[in-house]
Ligand binder design. Structure first.
Ligand code: NAD
Ligand code: ZN
Length: 341
């Protein structure tokens, strides 16, 4: 089969012929129809420090996908060839305390599809049946291919109650924009999204932000006044990984406000902890998706009108993957889809 392989420990990815993966008793084999490119894939393409530490070479990458089951292991009873599926890319250990308690998203020994085990940028993918999400065939394939990052956005955006609340989202990457759309769907009042990249602010508007802010040009405190807000944001979602964005959040929260951190920050950044203490802020880190409550919620929201299609900006055949990675690296993109069918 064809697959996009990190074949050498340097910048780039290579389209190669490799064997179709085998399946054991509890696995399913999925024929990939569409995939989406994640920021993580771009990190691996660039071969940054994180990738050098975490990705063994050779490895075919990718973890955002939709496909059809073509074969099942001998112990798999509840799905069949032909089923349309996406899947959770965190493969858990199954025997740590959290796994045993059913809190699978908190597994202490998670392995990542397309990071440290074979990925979905390939014609076929094998994963355990317990990682399969059955898809509603009425949802377009491009959207289903984005369920993994949509899940990050849903997990973050629904962590704190946003109904009637004023929400600040820092970072208008695909996940920040999805979070804006979810906050709107879930009934937030003001949804302010910040990003220094004007293209991305345009996307955030399309997603449903009520106000977008370039932090290099505008001050959030002024924006609050303009919106008639008097005491700060009730809920913030950090989705940029920028320490400056976290500072801006701490400066603009309602006392007692709640902050969800998804963006991956540099190690050990300084921050003004007294703002957290004296303003009694709650901060919660978010990793991945809840298995599978997040998948359930996102399906339900898409079925009830959540539309993330404006955030899909580019579509390519898998043979043109280079164009996809090039546009991702310019920052002038939302989600980029690769077609494998
Ligand atoms: P992305 O890199 O495409 O988007 C980040 C955006 O933040 C960019 O548009 C950038 O211009 C913007 N930004 C940079 N500095 C900023 C600042 N000071 N203020 C406001 N915006 C600023 O990322 P993405 O794919 O949308 O993912 C969002 C973040 O979530 C990334 O940090 C990613 O690594 C992280 N992530 C975490 C998890 C998890 O499980 N915790 C999962 C997926 C992604
Ligand atoms: Zn575990």
């Amino acid at each position: 089969m064809k697959a996009l392989v990190k074949a050498q420990p340097k910048e780039g990815l290579w389209l190669q012929d490799i064997p179709v993966p085998g399946i054991s008793h509890n696995d399913v084999l999925i024929k990939i129809l569409k995939t989406a490119i994640c920021g993580t894939d771009v990190h691996i393409y660039n071969w940054d420090k994180w990738s050098q530490k975490n990705v063994p070479v050779p490895m075919h990458i990718g973890h955002e996908f939709v496909g059809k089951i073509v074969a099942v292991g001998s112990h798999v009873k509840d799905c069949r060839p032909g089923d349309l599926v996406s899947g959770e890319g965190h493969i858990i250990c199954g025997h740590c305390r959290n796994c045993l308690a059913g809190r699978r998203h908190l597994c202490r020994d998670t392995k990542g599809v397309g990071v440290n085990r074979p990925g979905a940028f390939a014609q076929y993918l094998a994963i355990p049946v317990t990682n399969v999400w059955f898809c509603d065939e009425k949802i377009p394939l491009d959207i289903l291919a984005c369920f993994d990052p949509l899940g990050n956005a849903v997990h973050t955006a629904l962590t704190f109650d946003v109904l009637g609340e004023d929400v600040l989202i820092t970072g208008a990457g695909p996940i920040g924009c999805m979070a804006a759309a979810i906050a709107k769907h879930a009934g937030a009042r003001n949804i302010v999204v910040t990003d220094p990249n004007p293209f991305r602010l345009g996307l955030a508007k399309k997603a449903g932000a009520t106000r977008v802010v370039n932090p290099e040009k505008e001050n959030l405190t002024k924006v609050q006044k303009e919106l008639g807000m008097r005491e700060g944001f009730d809920v913030a979602m950090e989705m940029s990984g920028s320490p400056a964005a976290l500072d801006a959040i701490l400066d603009n929260m309602f006392h007692g406000g709640k902050i969800a951190l998804l963006g991956i920050l540099p190690e050990k950044i300084p921050m003004d902890w007294n703002k957290v203490i004296f303003n009694m802020l709650t901060i919660k880190g978010i990793y991945g998706r809840q298995m599978f409550e997040t998948w359930y919620k996102m399906t339900a929201m898409v079925q009830s009108g959540l539309d993330i299609s404006p955030l899909i900006t580019h579509r390519f055949d898998y043979t043109e993957f280079q164009k996809g990675f090039d546009v991702m690296r310019t920052g002038k993109s939302g989600k980029v889809i690769l077609d494998w069918d």
